[in-house]
Design a protein around this ligand. Structure first.
Ligand code: MSP
Length: 639
């Protein structure tokens, strides 16, 4: 019997930065899949969460002046909030710093250890902190750079425990061979096969030169390699360590699907299955990799300022349009380019024109011809039966496509039906039928076909656009929760009740002007109020220069003050500044070029002469000196 338990996961996201369009993409795709499976009657478990250990997070926390725990406690809720704003309905949110997870990691490590698959050795080689990955010599690119992210690699030489991954090479190849849908899409599957065929190396799974990780019981002084820790989250959440019944139901007897980006396929399709083979746990059913998004034709990067911020897009276009666009625009698996022009075009043509018009025209005509209540349907004619047949076919096709996570094709298929029904209006010409009293019953059948089509379409689009699905239902006069609807119940035709009252119509997707949207990507606030204005003469009284810090010292008897000797291009002067608290490592400031006001009247602070003021920025009580690019000349004036 086919299992009706469906378990879907996203990668757990690193908390070194805020969620962005990449993490939003996987999470939305998983949410759509989870919602779709619920409408298909599955018992769904949808997991997402945060990956909180490792060197990268430890270093980010340090740079922010916090402990890793403080930092992760600050960041994890930002993911929860973002998912709420994107209408993500996950059943669980896992954080790898939780107790339940630490116990699960301990269990899998112990099991693999007892199997004889872990041995002690020494790791010597290169490591990419950004990808949290060991990079073998033959994969290094450029000048010691990571082949995936291009960042500079670090040398690591430390005692380490190794996992005998090489032992599972043949078993894994066999599994991939026997399960053609194990790794999707095909291109990724082939890539994984050829990688394994080059020969799997044993994997270093412990670190002992930093502390932010899960300690290993049989290896004192060592913490778990962050990927070994992170991958285990998929087991933790379904009771691997603490709930055998749940584990049986969701993992062993359920369908397990992992969604992830193409950059982390090897971790999921090689390391993870080997870990499970060693631990004696069933392998997941599908590992599905999606492509990467660029923005307006370029790689996203903070310095270019072209990072797509999901919440801003949602503010502009609405959460449904954003979700729809991401999944409709590119085939899952391919790379895609996020552009304002493309999203606006999709909104106008697919949502406002095709779907929106079908709804508006139908409700408008129904109310005009029959009033607000559903009238009786007559005999179906050939054109009606043909549309119904198309709908049946579409349901089968959508099911097939969704089983391979082909979101874009599934939407295209649903839209075939929407277009068909728009054409149906033009072909059945209700505005002519109304003029002939003998065609009243025919008109009723035609109009009911349209209302019923929309009722069904709402259920099919709701996983992608939960709000729009609900709004369509409400406008058709159905106030039940569309999330509880089942595809099974929309299969038969003639399901409208005579006398059912239609709701109020209003456009769900207003049309947008492409030109205006493209131009207004970064709209200027023309109503900006300038507070405490000054004129240019007043400003030019303040003389600001680039100075170089030559010496930095504490002011004796003060916790707050530091004194700096700086070169202003002409003289060496001393400046005292109240920033000691923010710069415990103040000696590191020597050699930096910063900005200073050089025409302030000199003062004496705690017995030290101060001949100017260093400029600093203040954000949330954190003070930072304003540094300038090292290429700027000392003594340059700021105008
Ligand atoms: N913590 C690991 C995953 C551990 S899972 C056991 C990790 N985290 S991540 O935050 O760096 O990345 C999460 C996901 O975001 C990856 O699937 C990655 O592919 C995806 N994306 C990051 N940038 C992206 C784009 N520009 N476009 C699409 N997805 C991208 O890796």
């Amino acid at each position: 019997m086919e299992s009706k338990n469906f378990y879907i996961t996203t990668p757990i996201y690193y908390v070194n930065g805020d969620p962005h369009v990449g993490s939003a993409y996987t999470t939305i795709a998983a949410d759509v899949m989870a919602r779709y499976k619920r409408t298909m009657g599955y018992d769904v478990y949808f997991l997402t969460g945060t990956d909180e250990h490792g060197q990268k997070v430890e270093e980010t926390a340090k740079a922010k002046g916090m402990t890793p725990q403080e930092w992760t406690d600050l960041m994890a809720p930002r993911f929860v909030e973002m998912w709420k704003a994107l209408n993500i309905k996950n059943d669980d949110f896992i954080r790898t710093t939780e107790e339940r997870h630490k116990k699960a990691v301990k269990k899998i490590l112990q099991t693999v250890y007892e199997k004889g698959d872990i041995y002690k050795g020494e790791y010597e080689g290169k490591y990419c902190v950004s990808c949290e990955t060991f990079v073998p010599e033959n994969q290094i690119v450029g000048e010691d750079q990571c082949p995936d992210c291009g960042k500079k690699l670090r040398m690591v030489k430390e005692e380490s425990y190794f996992f005998r991954m090489s032992k599972y090479q043949d078993a894994l190849l066999k599994h991939i061979d026997e399960h053609p849908d194990f790794i999707l899409p095909r291109s990724r599957r082939n890539e994984v096969i050829s990688f394994i065929k080059q020969g799997l190396q044993d994997l270093s799974i412990s670190r002992n030169t930093f502390e932010w990780g899960i300690p290993i019981e049989f290896a004192p002084g060592h913490i778990t390699y962050v990927w070994f820790d992170a991958l285990t989250n998929y087991l933790t959440a379904v009771g691997y360590e603490n709930n055998p019944e749940e584990f049986q139901k969701r993992w062993e007897n359920g369908e397990v699907v992992h969604l992830l980006g193409k950059d982390i396929v090897r971790f999921h399709a090689i390391i993870w299955p080997c870990m499970l083979l060693s631990a004696g746990v069933k392998l997941p059913d599908k590992i599905v990799a999606h492509g990467w998004w660029t923005s307006e034709g370029e790689k996203m990067s903070k310095s270019k300022g072209n990072v797509v911020a999901p919440l801003e897009e949602v503010k502009k276009y609405g959460v449904d349009a954003f979700r729809y666009y991401l999944l409709r625009e590119v085939s899952f698996g391919n790379d895609g380019d996020y552009s304002t022009k493309a999203i606006v075009t999709r909104i106008n043509s697919d949502l406002a024109n095709d779907l929106g018009n079908l709804l508006n025209r139908t409700l408008g005509m129904y109310k005009k011809y029959f009033g607000e209540e559903i009238v009786k349907t007559g005999e179906y004619e050939a054109i009606d039966l043909e549309a119904q047949k198309l709908f049946d076919e579409i349901l089968v096709q959508v099911e097939d496509m969704m089983s391979r996570l082909e979101f874009s094709r599934a939407l295209e298929t649903i839209w075939k039906f929407i277009s068909r029904m728009n054409k149906y209006i033009d072909e059945t010409t209700p505005w002519l039928l109304i003029k002939d009293e003998s065609k009243k019953e025919r008109l009723a059948t035609v109009m009911n076909m349209l209302v019923e089509s929309l009722y069904k379409v709402a259920v099919l689009v709701a996983p992608y656009m939960p709000e729009a699905g609900q709004k369509i239902w409400n406008q058709l006069g159905y106030n039940d929760d569309i999330e509880k609807a089942l595809v099974e119940n929309i299969k038969p035709w003639n399901i409208l009740e005579v006398g059912h009252k239609l709701g109020n119509a209003s456009p769900i997707f207003p049309r947008l002007e492409v030109e205006k949207e493209v131009k207004e990507k970064n709209p200027v606030n023309k109503d900006l109020k300038i507070e405490n204005p000054i004129n240019i003469d007043e400003f030019s009284k303040v003389e600001i220069k680039v100075v170089e810090i030559l010496e930095a010292d504490k002011v004796e008897g003060s916790d707050k003050l530091l004194k700096f000797k700086v070169n202003d291009g002409k003289n060496i002067r001393q400046i005292v500044s109240g920033i000691a608290k923010y710069y415990p490592e103040y000696k590191e400031l020597v050699g930096k070029k910063v900005l200073a006001v050089v025409n302030l009247e000199p003062v004496v602070l705690r017995g030290e002469l101060s001949q100017g003021m260093l400029l600093s920025s203040e954000e949330k009580k954190r003070i930072k000196l304003v540094e300038v690019d090292s290429s700027v000349k000392v003594g340059s004036k700021i105008k």
